[in-house]
Design a protein around this ligand. Structure first.
Ligand code: 5GP
Ligand code: ZN
Length: 168
């Protein structure tokens, strides 16, 4: 997306109003307009990058230092029992605003201790598949012989599980 049309670039330059809670030379943080809990904060680089993977390492490290700082400030200010940090890259991951951002979300014991991993169902994978995936990640590329797409993982696990009736 072009920077001129980017919502978070607009907030970074002050053209779009936001409840800013932190600012330094490279980073700003502001309250999420749809807070998951009071104090839900978004931490973003001032410079436009679509995803974390587009950022030079140095800038990403700098951004994460700010995320850690904000995590402490939000935790203290909201008297939170814990902090979740979330970050989505790409539409498939649920990224709605195409300007890299970290969610810093205060968590409280009375809402039940559910981690962010609670949003995805556990997929069944056998030892061979786990080895294939581990090797592919170590090499940083998909195995040429077998492309393990998420659909395939679900389908193959379903075939092994007799109780699982998946209509695909
Ligand atoms: P994503 O789903 O891309 O990880 O998160 C985008 C976040 O941006 C959402 O939590 C959403 O509530 C927040 N958001 C969307 N529009 C605005 C806005 O105009 N101002 C602020 N402060 N947050 C926004
Ligand atoms: Zn932007």
């Amino acid at each position: 997306m072009a920077e001129e049309k980017c919502l978070f670039c607009g907030i970074a330059t002050g053209k779009v109003p936001a409840k800013k809670v932190y600012e330094d030379a490279k980073t700003i943080a502001f309250l999420d307009i749809n807070p998951r809990n009071p104090g839900h904060t978004l931490v973003v680089p001032k410079k436009h990058y679509e995803t974390l993977l587009d950022m030079p390492d140095k800038e990403a490290v700098n951004l994460f230092a700010s995320v850690k700082k904000l995590a402490g400030q939000v935790m203290t200010a909201m008297k939170a029992d814990g902090i979740s940090i979330g970050q989505s890259n790409g539409v498939a991951a649920g990224q709605l605003v195409q300007h890299v951002h970290f969610h810093v979300i205060p968590r409280f014991m009375n809402e039940g201790p559910i981690g962010l991993e609670g949003i995805l169902q556990v997929k069944k994978m056998d030892d061979k598949m786990l080895d294939q995936v581990a090797n592919a990640i170590k090499k940083g590329k998909m195995p040429a012989s077998k492309q393990l797409t998420p659909e395939k993982i679900v389908r193959e696990s379903a075939m092994e599980d007799e109780d699982f009736d998946l209509d695909i």
